[in-house]
Design a protein around this ligand. Structure first.
Ligand code: DGJ
Length: 717
């Protein structure tokens, strides 16, 4: 029988698979060092997921999966026998709405501890192929999945659903955490139990796609998500546009998770021979809670995904909240001098420097006209980069190149470049419209903005790339009769522009910004060194916002600026910002002498602690969601240094105050623990503790005071 099955599988092409010898022939094992995803090709040639969970230790057990008939269809097609959410739904050129995929062939390769699996599926009746890809990062315990769709039918096929991935879970219960909010209220965490039916997390905003919800989730299996215990899946879609996660619990309490670009309003008309590649779904499976899952994501991002993930980050002084649009050359030169005085690496000039016919003196004009406003800055960008050079700081510049104000020369010249309905009143978001990046001419224009600025002013060392409007009035003059391709083609157009920038300026650091945290996905972060999490920089709020992002992103990707939002002390504001990529956006000239000295010493402290904060392991110790205190720490990979942040929020009268128990230390080593980031004149004597004590007994870092903070530095002997 085995012989027959193998012969059958050879005929099906599975013989082309080069898999570990011990894996039975009808199984495809996708695995990291800690997770296994096992697929089985049935006698009926259908592909089923038979296992997803912690790594199986003994290969002998794989035979059980090889022989069992169970499992869930790996990529469910619409129109056949399945009653629940499908991964793919298409309409063939002849009007037939069904698809049935069977296994054709597969292969697997491993390079530098990254295993890539390709499985080709085909329809029996139509020349229609779906290729499933799985990339397993062995050490980092991350799996990436995407799909390619291609056909050879005579006329175009319409794709109504085109998931990147489908995963199945068969557990007693499911708890999903979403990260939702709005402008200045990003990534509020809320958890809900999933019961029968669907929970959909999606967005239809087009460009500022994550304004209301971020493209990631936590999923607790059998129990709500905890930090250090339990099976947890953390997943995200790498797509800078509309996304959709569908969690569907069926009649027997199985959960299927379908992830991909949101197909609503985006049915894709696919011509013969064109490959439709979906965005990537990226996930990790932890058996010890969300903590290890986040650390795996951080390690993977620093190593493989985030632009210059292994590199350093610059501290900066931004002028946005200090001046808004109200500045001139003299004022900026003073701020540049303040940047040098603070000791930061860079001055970042924000919005308001461009436009001549329609100068950008508020948000209702100028977007699209990227020439320096001569009346405001007569010396041009050159005078400012010269000033920065004199002061010994770098110069960064804000742009919003995907957008246009109707009050602009660009709009007067190129209305046909704008996403806008031809026959209705236009709806504006922040007085602006989105350029049609599906149009190659527009792509050239947007690339040209960056290219021209960098050619003219090679001293520009950094861009803050903003995107303040969602797509409104969805209609592309370029797409003509393929309007529903726009959402997908627009995002692909953006990637073409960013690819060209990355190719020509590979080392250029850039901040991804979108009216705060309106864009925070891992595909965009391939092109950006960091992102702006929120315009809300009130440090109390930021504790929650940075906490939320920490589940997916390493601190070096999360820009955190000290501003004048909130009424807290400068120390509290700086301590919060030091948990991320530190910057300032304050009027330095209005600081008291003691605050100015504190800020200078904080920058120096940050530079000393940066290797641990930006590249160490994050441990979330006390959640702000669980009470009126919060604490997290970073520990170096070598466990010889650590930095602990502790915050008193607004404790109630006589609320009990407990020690903070640390994590990630070496129990055998002795650490000197010293408070740092103290106000001028204050001093802390170091105390010695073992790692064991610090993790079992902890430190008394909290108090009953309001809006105060402590940072302690640990150094191993
Ligand atoms: C929105 C961003 O989030 C802000 O930081 C600032 O750059 C403004 N845009 C400028 O218009």
């Amino acid at each position: 029988m085995k012989k027959l099955l193998m012969a059958g599988l050879m005929a099906m092409g599975i013989g082309t698979t080069c898999r570990a010898a011990e894996t039975p022939d009808n199984l495809i094992r996708i695995g990291t060092e800690r997770t296994d995803l096992i697929l089985r090709v049935g006698d009926d040639h259908r592909l089923r997921q038979t296992y997803l969970g912690p790594k199986l230790m003994n290969d002998v057990d794989l035979e059980h999966f090889a022989r069992s008939g169970g499992g869930f269809e790996a990529y469910v097609t619409y129109g056949m026998e399945d009653y629940f959410e499908s991964a793919i739904r298409v309409l063939h050129a002849d009007g037939n709405p069904s698809l049935l995929l069977t296994y054709k062939e597969s292969d697997q390769q491993e390079n530098d501890s990254v295993q890539t699996t390709r499985i080709v599926m085909q329809d029996e009746k139509y020349p229609f192929e779906v290729r499933l890809f799985y990339q397993a990062y062995k050490h980092e315990n991350i799996i990436r999945m995407w799909t390619e769709i291609e056909h050879a039918e005579k006329r175009p096929v319409t794709l109504y659903n085109y998931a990147s991935s489908m995963l199945h879970f068969s557990r007693n219960g499911y708890w999903m955490t979403e990260f939702s909010g709005d402008w200045a209220r990003e990534v509020n965490m809320s958890e809900q139990q999933l019961n029968f039916g669907k929970k959909v997390v999606d967005t239809k905003l087009g460009s500022r796609a994550n304004m209301h919800v971020s493209p990631f989730f936590l999923l607790g299996l059998d129990a709500p998500v905890a930090e250090t215990t339990g099976d947890v899946v953390v997943g995200t879609l790498a797509w800078t546009g509309n996304f959709r996660f569908t969690f569907e619990v069926d009649n027997v309490n199985n959960l299927r998770l379908v992830s991909g670009a949101n197909p609503v309003g985006a049915e894709y008309v696919l011509p013969k021979g064109e490959v439709f590649r979906t965005p990537e779904f990226i996930f990790t499976y932890s058996t010890a809670g969300a903590g290890p899952a986040s650390r795996d994501f951080h390690d993977w991002a620093r190593r493989y995904q985030l632009k210059n993930g292994a590199g350093d980050r610059m501290t900066l002084l931004n002028n946005w909240e200090a001046t808004y649009f109200d500045f001139d050359e003299a004022k900026l030169e003073k701020i540049i001098a303040d940047a040098a005085d603070l000791g930061v690496d860079m001055f970042l000039l924000d919005d308001g420097w461009f436009g001549n016919k329609y100068p950008r003196s508020s948000d209702n004009a100028g977007l699209g006209d990227w020439d320096v406003t001569a009346t405001k800055l007569p010396g041009g960008i050159g005078a400012l980069t010269d000033a920065a050079k004199r002061e010994g700081v770098k110069f960064g510049l804000w742009i919003e190149p995907e957008m246009v104000n109707p009050k602009s020369e660009l709009y007067e010249k190129h209305k046909d470049w704008v996403i806008q309905l031809p026959n209705r009143d236009t709806y504006y978001f922040r007085n602006q419209l989105v350029l049609d990046l599906s149009n190659p001419e527009v792509q050239d224009y947007v690339f040209g903005i960056v290219d021209r600025l960098l050619t003219e002013y090679p001293q520009i060392a950094y861009f803050k790339w903003d995107c303040n409007s969602p797509i409104t009035n969805i209609y592309s003059p370029y797409q003509e009769d393929k309007q529903s391709n726009l959402y997908v083609d627009h995002v692909r157009g953006l990637y073409r522009v960013l690819d060209r920038i990355a190719e020509k300026y590979p080392a250029l650091p850039m901040m991804l910004c979108s009216g705060g945290g309106g864009r925070t996905d891992y595909k965009a972060l391939k092109y950006f060194t960091e992102f702006w999490p929120s315009d809300n920089t009130d440090p109390l709020e930021r504790i929650y916002i940075q906490w939320g992002y920490s589940y997916l992103f390493p601190s070096k990707a999360v820009a955190a600026h000290v501003t004048s939002w909130g009424r807290q002390s400068l120390k509290f504001r700086v301590d919060v910002a030091m948990m991320g990529k530190l910057g300032f956006d304050i009027r330095v000239n209005e600081l008291s002498q003691s605050d100015r000295e504190f800020a200078q010493s904080a920058v120096a402290n940050y530079n000393r602690l940066k290797p641990v904060i930006l590249d160490g392991d994050l441990y979330r110790l006390v959640s702000p969601y669980s009470g009126e205190h919060a604490s997290l720490m970073y520990a170096s990979k070598e466990q010889d240094r650590a930095v602990v942040f502790a915050f008193n929020l607004n404790p109630r009268y006589a609320e009990p105050v407990r020690n903070v128990r640390l994590q990630g230390l070496d129990p055998q080593r002795i650490y000197t623990v010293r408070e740092t980031n103290l106000m001028p004149g204050a001093h802390s004597d170091g105390k010695r503790f073992s790692g064991d004590y610090l993790m079992k007994v902890g430190l008394p870092l909290f108090s009953a005071s309001h809006l105060t903070s402590t940072i302690v530095e640990l150094t191993a002997e």
